[in-house]
Design a protein around this ligand. Structure first.
Ligand SMILES: Cc1ncc(COP(=O)(O)O)c(C=O)c1O
Length: 436
């Protein structure tokens, strides 16, 4: 099993400084990827030996139990090694690379990402992340008129809520924000969104966050989008957290406008996202203000990132290889398994509220909890500190749900079953420590 040591990196980097040496780091053949595995996806969720092997490809700080992997997804070592190689190569080739070679190398990468999303390559472009994709989709959506409304919920991401508010202001439309009430299954969620659409006939644009960064709730986007469409409402989907955490394609979501991330659950270098626009709807998103006239029929005219981190995008093939080595289904079942380990272990404790329903359609790997009635931000920050200081467990508090603040638990591929039982035990003690 190859780990990329600091010494190897230095050796590589030092080699690159010799101008006489042609392309010393170049070749991706230098990067060792694991051999294919043969575990059946069905049995893989609880196969600790397999996941220990996966974990050996992640260089993580082991003096804490990090269950805050919702911020971004670290690269596996072979991916990081590729990223270093690409960085060195691009840096060495300089503007010659970016002007003469980049696009021809990027194109097949874009095609492979499109194939994975089951869409056509003209329907996607790379962005620096889900934020850039979603900001452009929301800001440049063309069909909103004065008197219309946009709608979003408390589970949506703050920056996108703000973007929807800004959109409404500039279009002379109204912004409707609602609190998604407690739900027990996907049908409840569909019914509530349907009810809100009926109550707000002026709504023409709806934001849907597929997997909420606050509590981990997964909403049935396709079913809601179909209802929205039948009422003449367009949907913009924030899939920043779902793609990779859940095995899905863009077409599964039945939506025309979607923002994805690859630097969360695919473990790409920071700065890799994807924008999707259904080809029949391209002209309903205005070109980015910096687009050139020749880009008006291209999705690339809907984003203008400026000079990009070339190496981050060039690393995507290795990102996909590592992702495939683990397996998209395996990732999803493992994350749900880890989530269930801690949730089930504390389910008998009435002082702890779990904020996603038990319906497996309604969660991925992320789930938030709250100690009963501890709804303030301060309460939840204190619980985060308690878990870190007393149990060495790293989590994060999240504000913004109408029901109050909470603490989010987000395991990743390198976490073990033991980590999750450590979390469960600490939560049991927290309930006691906070006198509940
Ligand atoms: C639900 C959701 N949407 C959008 C984003 C923005 O993603 P990025 O900052 O990677 O662009 C995040 C980031 O955490 C998120 O959780």
């Amino acid at each position: 099993m190859t780990r990329f040591s600091r010494r190897q990196f230095l050796a590589t980097t030092l080699a690159s400084t010799s101008l006489a040496t042609a392309m010393p780091f170049s070749t991706m053949a230098d990067v060792k990827f694991p051999a294919p595995h043969s575990e059946a996806p069905r049995d893989i969720a609880s196969n600790e030996a397999f996941w220990a092997k996966v974990a050996s490809y992640y260089e993580v700080k082991r003096d804490i139990v990090n269950v805050e992997n919702g911020n971004w997804g670290i690269m596996a070592s072979p991916v990081m090694q590729s990223y270093f190689s690409h960085t060195a190569r691009v840096n060495q080739d300089n503007s010659y690379y970016s002007r003469r070679k980049y696009w021809s190398e990027l194109k097949p990468i874009l095609h492979s990402v499109a194939a994975r999303l089951a869409v056509s390559p003209e329907e996607i472009c790379f962005t620096r992340g889900a934020t850039e994709a979603l900001q452009n989709l929301i800001a440049n959506y063309r069909l909103l008129k004065p008197g219309d409304a946009v709608m979003y919920a408390d589970v949506d991401y703050d920056a996108m809520q703000a973007a929807m508010d800004a959109k409404a202001r500039t279009a002379g439309a109204k912004a409707v924000k609602f609190a998604l009430p407690p739900v027990t299954n996907s049908d409840d969620i569909v019914a509530y969104y349907s009810h809100m659409l009926t109550q707000n006939p002026a709504c023409k644009l709806l934001l849907l966050t597929h997997l909420s960064h606050r509590n981990g709730l997964v909403i049935p986007v396709a079913a809601i989008a179909k209802i929205a469409k039948s009422k003449g409402v367009d949907v913009i989907v924030d899939a920043a957290h779902s793609w990779g955490q859940i095995n899905l394609t863009a077409s599964d979501l039945e939506a025309d406008f979607i923002g994805f991330n690859m630097h969360k659950w695919y473990g790409a270098p920071i700065g890799v996202g994807v924008m999707y626009v259904n080809r029949t709807r391209l002209h309903d998103i205005a070109p980015n203000m910096s687009a050139s006239p020749e880009q008006s029929d291209s999705i690339w005219g809907r984003v203008h990132s400026g000079t990009s981190n070339f190496a981050a995008f060039l690393t995507v093939p290795e990102v996909l290889r590592f992702h495939d080595w683990i397996g998209a289904d395996a990732k999803e079942v493992r994350l749900k398994y880890l989530r269930n380990l801690w949730v089930n272990a504390i389910s008998h404790i009435s002082a702890i509220d779990i904020l996603t329903p038990n319906d497996p359609q309604c969660y991925g790997g992320i789930t938030a909890f709250r100690l009963h009635n501890k709804t303030s931000s301060e309460d939840n920050r204190r619980i985060v500190s308690y878990l870190l200081e007393n149990h060495g467990i790293f989590t994060v508090h999240r504000d913004g749900l109408a029901s109050g603040s909470c603490v989010r638990i987000t395991p990743s591929y390198y976490n073990s079953d033991k980590d999750m039982l450590t979390v469960a035990k600490a939560l049991e003690e927290a309930a006691r420590a906070f006198r509940l």
